[in-house]
Design a protein. Structure first.
Length: 364
């Protein structure tokens, strides 16, 4: 009986054999032969523009990296091996990492791989992420105007329904203990934690959240955009005699090593609140750029030591930065054509781009 590939008129597709490059790369690393390593790597890439996109094995996750298993079982990251060869096979410092200036983690072009400090790499990533988040906001605003997406997607509709279900199970009257136990039972039934419930309730039903009477000094300062209230809160928690001559080290609650206050929906990173107030409360706190410490002291709240992530745009590879800014210009133009009075056209977050010298206003 003939196989399918042997039937008249049918031919099996011919595949070029994949030549293993593991032994070649292992030899190149052992003998520190950069040309041999580059030759092996180039045999397993596809060129996309200036990038060499690795076509071999990759790590899992949203931003995968190329890797290869060498004879003997050792696994190596291809981009690190290429950068190692491109830098004379010198040993890495403890705080050095390989940075992709093209922002494509599968790229192994030696010209796109830089040996940076962990701090530089993190600053560039956060600065680029700030622009990416703005693009996502504007894209959603544009798509809502064109009707390409519903106001709430399936996930958001499901979350909204869960909050409604919990609120219906909560008694409006009764002792504090009775209402607390009823809320706990309702959350267990729906499968939500209390902090998640409070955060989503504020997002979907802000009118149901209790009023100002229970807000502390910090939250009142945030709600009313009152610099004096925020300054007084910090002065109460960190009197002047406890502040150092240089860094002002926070003595209170910390999250991930940074000064924080509040819980649930009112959990605040104080460095962001302080800088938001210092900048005149422009835009919403939730959209405020991330804040970094020039002094490298996570607990420091000295405003002179704090810097917005937008002030580190100079770390972004110029073509990548221009691509992000061009996308923002295009989206703003599209939104303006659909709704000249749209809130996104007057949203104050553009102030921080302008302050950094990168405001992409299409009318400029």
């Amino acid at each position: 009986m003939r196989r399918r590939s042997e039937r008249p008129g049918l031919t099996a597709p011919r595949r070029e054999p994949v030549v293993p490059v593991g032994p070649q790369i292992a030899l190149a690393l052992e003998t520190q032969d950069a040309l041999l390593l580059f030759e092996a790597v180039r045999s397993r890439i596809v060129e996309v523009g200036d990038c060499w996109i690795w076509q071999g094995g990759t790590t899992a996750g949203k931003n995968p990296y190329g890797y290869l298993q060498l004879p003997g079982g050792k696994q190596v990251r291809i981009h690190r091996s290429v950068a190692l060869a491109n830098n004379g096979f010198r040993k890495w410092g403890l705080e050095e990492v390989v940075h992709h200036k093209c922002a494509k983690t599968l790229c192994v072009n030696p010209d796109h791989l830089l040996v940076w400090s962990e701090k530089e790499n993190s600053l560039e990533g956060h600065a680029r992420q700030y622009l990416t988040e703005r693009i996502e906001e504007l894209t959603r605003a544009r798509d809502l105007l064109t009707g390409h997406v519903p106001e709430l997607n399936e996930k958001e509709l499901r979350e909204r329904a869960q909050i409604n279900q919990v609120d219906q199970l909560r008694p409006e009257k009764g002792s504090k203990a009775v209402r607390r136990d009823a809320l706990k039972a309702a959350l267990e039934l729906v499968g939500l934690t209390k902090s998640t419930y409070e955060r989503r309730r504020l997002k979907y039903f802000p009118e149901r959240v209790n009023g100002e009477s229970r807000l502390g000094l910090l939250e009142k300062g945030i709600r009313w955009r009152d610099h004096d209230s925020i300054a007084q809160y910090l002065a109460d928690k960190m009197p002047s005699e406890q502040r150092g001559d240089d860094c002002w080290l926070w003595p209170g609650k910390k999250t991930n090593g940074y000064p924080t206050a509040g819980v649930g929906v009112r959990h605040r990173y104080l460095r962001r609140v302080l800088m938001w107030a210092t900048k005149g409360f422009r835009g919403e706190l939730s959209h405020f750029p991330d804040v970094w410490h020039d002094c490298d002291q996570k607990l420091c709240l000295n405003p002179d030591h704090l810097r917005l992530i937008t002030q580190h745009f100079d770390l972004i590879y110029p073509p990548v930065l221009e691509d992000r800014l061009t996308t923002i210009r295009r989206l703003l133009s599209e939104i303006a054509a659909l709704d000249p009075s749209h809130a996104k056209l007057t949203d104050n977050w553009e102030y921080y781009l302008k302050e950094a010298g990168y405001w992409p206003n299409p009318s400029d």
